[in-house]
Design a protein around this ligand. Sequence first.
Ligand SMILES: [Zn+2]
Length: 290
Amino acid sequence: MQSIWRVASTPSRECMTGQETQFESASPSRRDYRCDINCARTTFDVARRCARRPLPVDLRGFTLIEVLVTVLIISIIVTAALVVLSSARHTANQTACAARLRHVGIGVTSYAIDHYGSLPKQYRKSPPAFDSFWMRSPDGDLVNLGLITSYVGVPQAFYCVTQTAATSPRIAYNTAQNPWNVKNALSAFTPALNSSFTVRPGNGARWSVNNHNNKVIYTDFIGVRHFSDSARFPGGLQAPHALKGANRLVGDGSVQWVESEQVHKVHPILNVVATDKLVKDYYKLLDVLP
Ligand SMILES: [Zn+2]
């Protein structure tokens, strides 16, 4: 009975000295250490000692260093993924645009066959004004690429995929400022029907496909044009495809990509009005750049 009373109310020697509480168990020879909340003088020390005992791995939280390293690794992975996605999107747009321009090339070739080797008649006013994007003149006549609408059939083919209503409402496909429908394209007068592709400056009339087998005849390079008499295309001289480059349609029907950097080295791509001479110089450059 005396032994039982000691276990219930009287701490052992270890408890009194600030160590763990030793309880006498049913087997006096076995030391039974436990975290004891009944020992008033040792509760703090014992609790602290208990707190220091390592928890099983699956019950521990993460240290600050572990969290920071994890966040750093995740951010690196996300950044790399975004770069890859951006590059993939650019390549996809480049390819899709080239396919459209190649489609235009088929229409141009077909037109030339039906018109004694002549490319679609250009529309232009006195230099330096250049309406190279117009598919229909203010008089209602089809001009430039507008002349091949019946050969192409797919209106989206006249538009670079990177030109959207949000960024280029006047030269993107079927926007409020550049609405497309059969009526606009083929019969009714409309002051606004513009392609994303600009035509090479020529003599304003007839030009032969045979003389342009190795020359660029259309491109989505925005900067080489005036939009109309006095209106300038917003952004001035610049290239589509996030300024990375442009697609070129050569007279033989092939489509080639050119890096903006290559153009910029010779003719700086600036936000200025494209003069007649500058437009021609750009096209000469597009002829020879790789
Ligand atoms: Zn394009």
